[in-house]
Design a binder for this molecule. Sequence first.
Ligand SMILES: [Zn+2]
Length: 237
Amino acid sequence: MSTQFFAGINGVLNIVSVDKLLDYYGNPQLLEDRIKQYVEGNWADKKYANSISLDKLGWHGDLVKLINKWVDNEPKDYDIIDKWCSLMDYALLKEGFFKDQYPDYNTVSPAVNAVYPTTTDTIEFAPHWRVVREGVKYQIMIGFDTKDLLPNFNHAICRLFLSHLFYGIHAGYDQLESYKIEVYRCQCAKCSKPNNLFHVMDRHGRRPTYCSDPCRWEGNNEARRKAKAVRAKTKVV
Ligand SMILES: [Zn+2]
């Protein structure tokens, strides 16, 4: 391991907080922009921010599928969410811990790693990147023997952000404390939200019908127009 970065986790958590899931549902570019901005603010060398790219990771289609299922009250799709935040990740993240690296290794049994070493001359595995969160801090390490510093950095930091982003889906489904988010579909035909989806935090009681007052007014107008049309028809008949 050669290149190491240490930082606090709060900047990461702000970007992937559960109330921002629908931002990214509607606009995947926004997540990349925010990560880039974050890296720019924390790494003096601009090459790190410039290396950020979520393009090839295929996360957005999965996020959309998971949120659609959630809204339709379908069970959590473990096949999909597992790729981003496995049950093991979820359990550890609840306690503020996260760890991943490439090449992967068996976290349960270090003996297995010794049997399948990633280099021939040592039983010490040599990851190209590793990211570890411990409570309020995290660190990223990039292997010294790799020439691909920036792609590895990108993978490590994206892994950190995306695991925490998809954690929000687990936690939202399970209604964990401070993740009591519910996603609804606005009934106003002219709603400007992507797919008419909106979220409500810590709501108890009735299901909301509209995402906002303007949508409520517009929705009421639509209902009135419909009622009028029905009345007009009745008159003709
Ligand atoms: Zn609306």
